[in-house]
Design a protein around this ligand. Structure first.
Ligand code: NAD
Ligand code: UDP
Length: 336
């Protein structure tokens, strides 16, 4: 039996594919390469030590999906494929709704038609909004989305829950990621943002390597210890392992469960800067700027449910996240 990974050529999908290569599952990746590169798949094969099947296709194409399901015996889907840039989602909301919501509905229809009712979905801690206080727990009410990207994650969570309510044969895992950072220890795969990065860690990495002059720290007047924003950074390899655990749960039997994938520990922007300087041996110049609209002061997980029910735990700390991110950045200055 095979596992289909949509968006498997991307940042989190490629790391998850490498972790899945350690299991007995056959791996099939479907990606339209809109935000990724075929080279990542070559490196996944190299790291995993075995082959995988790749379809360059779009989740919005029912015809392509039907072909993939017809040609393979797919037992479950890990669904990463989505557009993910918060700023861009304000400029192109229709693209985000079509790709992330429309694409997911088409995928679910194709799965249902093929009799495949097991799915692990990439959600985000963004669904907690700014109304909830950390540590964030799965049973808290959802917040208000501050951008169309966040809205797509909330809708897809609701769609999956409605689907389960309509047919309890489905087996669904909604994974709410906190802040994925870092890279595979080999330095062969990592995050390759196109253009200037929006997120903190890849931005710092590009300052360290000399591609960007300095870091803009958005806000130093938050009610946190040093005044800068606090987030729950999680090593992408820990996150990938969380998907393998969630997949095993989904394969074990029907249900619809939500899990936070985070460490439970928050780090401030200045703590990340200091850790990265230590890991890279490079100075990271920074300047304080106004708060970024939509940002919250602090955001970290209560990962207890995933720890207890999936038997999974994030084990890599901030130092290792920075070391691995630096290795990837310094060895692949222009990405793949
Ligand atoms: P990524 O952009 O690196 O990977 C997404 C992949 O999906 C890309 O390879 C892209 O080419 C592919 N894709 C996009 N639209 C597609 C379509 N219509 N058909 C086929 N393939 C398509 O992003 P990532 O960081 O690996 O994120 C993976 C998932 O995790 C996304 O759903 C994202 O929203 C979610 N997520 C990411 C973060 C984060 O900080 N990276 C945080 C929370 C949730
Ligand atoms: N941040 C920053 N400068 C940047 C990018 C991010 O100061 O160039 C801060 C941001 O305000 C937040 C933290 O770093 O407090 C993490 O931001 P990121 O965009 O990586 O993740 P998210 O906001 O989605 O949690």
């Amino acid at each position: 039996m095979a596992i289909l990974i949509t968006g498997g050529a991307g940042y989190i999908g490629s790391h998850t594919a490498v972790e899945l290569m350690k299991t007995k599952h056959e791996i099939i990746i479907l990606d339209n390469l809109s935000n990724s590169n075929r080279e990542s798949l070559e490196r996944v094969k190299e790291l995993g030590g075995r082959d995988l099947k790749f379809y360059e296709a779009d989740i919005r194409s029912r015809q392509s999906l039907d072909l993939v399901f017809a040609e393979n015996n797919i037992e479950a889907v890990i669904h990463f494929a989505a557009l993910k840039a918060v700023g861009e989602s304000h400029e192109k909301p229709l693209d985000y709704y079509e790709n992330n919501i429309g694409g997911t509905v088409i995928l679910l229809q194709a799965m249902k038609a093929a009799g495949c009712k097991k799915i692990v979905f990439s959600s985000s801690a963004t669904v907690y909004g700014s109304e909830n206080t950390s540590p964030l727990k799965e049973n808290m009410p959802l917040g208000r989305a501050t951008n169309p990207y966040g809205t797509t994650k909330m809708y897809v969570e609701q769609i999956l829950q409605d689907l389960y309510a309509s047919d309890e044969d489905w087996s669904i895992s909604l994974l709410r990621y906190f802040n994925p950072v870092g890279a595979h220890k080999s330095g062969r795969i990592g995050e390759a943002p196109s253009g200037v990065p929006n997120n903190l860690m890849p931005y710092i990495a590009q300052v360290a390597v000399g591609k960007l002059d300095f870091l803009r720290v958005y806000g130093n007047d938050y009610p946190t210890d040093d005044g800068t924003g606090v987030r729950d950074y999680i090593h992408v390899v820990d996150l990938a392992a969380g998907h393998v655990s969630a997949l095993e749960k989904v394969l074990a039997g029907p249900g619809c469960d939500i899990y936070n994938l985070g460490t439970g520990k928050g780090s401030s922007v200045l703590e990340v800067v200091a850790a990265f300087e230590k890991a890279s041996g490079r100075a990271i110049p920074y300047k304080f700027f106004d708060r970024r609209p939509g940002d919250v002061a602090e955001n970290f997980a209560d990962p207890g449910k995933a720890n207890d029910e999936l038997g999974w735990r994030a084990v890599r700390g901030l130092e290792e996240m920075c070391e691995d991110s630096w290795r990837w950045q310094s060895q692949n200055q222009d990405g793949y």
